[in-house]
Design a protein around this ligand. Structure first.
Ligand SMILES: *[C@@H]1O[C@H](CO)[C@@H](O)[C@H](O)[C@H]1NC(C)=O
Length: 435
């Protein structure tokens, strides 16, 4: 679809919502329409960029080995022509370069894992990792992949009435310390429509967000500009795989809806002290939604919504190992885009800057966080800990904080913040103050 169509769509949708509805000023803020130029916030001594980490959308910390895992797209030129998550369907053959990359946060070097038993294209997006409950050196890796829909593109004449993509999930296992991952199976189902991010609760069951209802056109722009009460609302689904051995992508899968949240996008865990907490982000609405997993039904129930002043993407939680009763940096790390409206209005995103930011949301005055949410004493401090004009880090969609032991740091409480973007030419790290 032509960029100008999207542009007009967004403009029309924003103006319409401005005329009709009150949450407008909030949406003007989250999409960055009312925000001026972007000032760089690069921690205490500037940006470090890691080679071999192109276009990595999502990032997770494996805590037993202290290694980061990311889903990347090493062919930047192809990503600029095919990236369904941003409504970019310019060239359905541009599906090369999908990779799982491990990053050592101490040496700041990256290693691309060799994928065994896997020889199909992969267009990466959200991922999750899960330590096997019984085998301590086994890691499960779940990857969203946005492949083109063959029923639309591989027929003559092309079926433009059908969805442009047919996305699915890839499951891999990885022995910690090795340089390879073994493909286990692909998971495809009609209810996995526009998958975004994943949280696994066991090796064979995981939640997935579908971030939109509509792939293309004005109606998609209206989903972005609207709110839950006025625009189509996608779902978060629970997928249960009953057969991990089958070669058929569609066999042995059960899927059902667990939650509906406007533009539900990034998905993550909350504090390990609240193991049933799952966080779901309304991306264009800029809302961190804390939910709790019902042990019986497995549905997700909303316990609290925390609004932020930008779009939001894949979240992570930092439980501070060096916390004291008076100083505690535990909280959520939320990447996002300060000028999202510009990116949405101008696809493909070949050679432009895409400004990026990261919020750190923690309990104000170090109060204990109640899992029951508003009215229960939770007061949140929202710190803007990273911001870039888009030249140093082009877009931000994943952020993980790795603490530095104050005893080895002259008594200062700081951490390395790793930030990555679906459109970035390398993940960055900045050292930030955490007092
Ligand atoms: C720090 O805060 C988190 C979140 O409220 C809490 O779970 C943790 O127990 C706190 N740590 C200390 C040492 O107080």
């Amino acid at each position: 679809m032509a960029a100008s169509t999207v542009n007009i769509g967004i403009a029309a949708a924003v103006i319409l919502s401005a005329l009709l509805f009150s949450p407008v000023s909030q949406r003007l803020t989250t999409l960055g329409i009312t925000r001026g130029s972007i000032k760089n916030i690069h921690g205490v001594d500037g940006l470090r960029t890691m080679p071999g980490t192109n276009m990595c959308e999502d990032l997770h910390l494996e805590s037993t080995t202290n290694q980061l895992f990311a889903a990347c797209q090493q062919d930047a030129e192809q990503r600029a022509r095919w990236f369904p998550p941003t409504g970019l369907f310019a060239d359905h053959t541009a599906t090369g370069g999908g990779a799982i990359v491990r990053i050592d946060p101490v040496s700041m070097t990256a290693k691309t894992l060799t994928l065994k038993g896997f020889n199909q294209p992969m267009v990466t997006h959200g991922i999750d990792i899960l330590n096997d409950p019984t085998e301590s050196d086994l890691l499960w890796i779940y990857v969203v992949s946005h492949l083109p829909n063959p029923d639309r593109w591989d027929v003559k004449p092309r079926r433009t009435d059908l969805p442009p993509e047919r996305a699915h999930i890839e499951i891999f296992t990885h022995r910690l310390g090795t340089d390879e991952a073994q493909h286990i199976r692909s998971v495809r189902h009609p209810d996995i429509t526009m998958p975004n991010d994943i949280v696994a609760v066991s090796p064979s069951s995981f939640y997935v967000t579908n971030d939109h209802v509509h792939h293309e056109g004005l109606i998609r722009a209206w989903e972005d500009a609207g709110t839950q009460s006025i625009s189509p609302t996608p779902n978060t689904i629970l997928i249960e795989v009953t057969d991990l051995k089958t070669k058929s992508p569609t066999a042995g899968i059960k899927v059902r809806t667990a939650l509906r949240v406007h533009n539900n996008n990034g998905l993550g865990r909350g504090s390990p002290h609240h193991p049933s907490e799952i966080i779901v982000l309304d991306a264009t609405g800029g809302i961190l939604t804390r939910t709790t997993r019902d042990p019986k039904s497995q549905n997700l129930h909303i316990i609290e919504r925390i609004p932020l002043a930008s779009t939001l993407d894949n979240p992570s939680y930092y439980l501070e190992p060096f916390a004291t009763s008076t100083s505690n940096a535990s909280g959520y790390l939320l990447p996002g885009l300060p000028h999202a409206y510009k990116m949405m209005a101008d696809l493909p995103f070949n050679d432009r800057a895409i400004p990026s930011l990261v919020w750190h949301v923690r309990s104000k005055d170090n109060r204990p966080v109640d899992k029951a949410g508003p009215g229960k004493g939770n007061v949140w401090e929202k710190r803007l800990v990273f911001q870039d004009d888009g030249m140093g880090l082009r877009s931000a969609s994943g952020a993980v904080l790795v603490g530095i032991d104050p005893e080895r740091n002259g008594g200062r409480k700081q951490g390395w913040l790793f930030v990555t973007g679906f459109g970035s030419f390398g993940m960055v790290a900045v050292k930030i103050d955490l007092e």
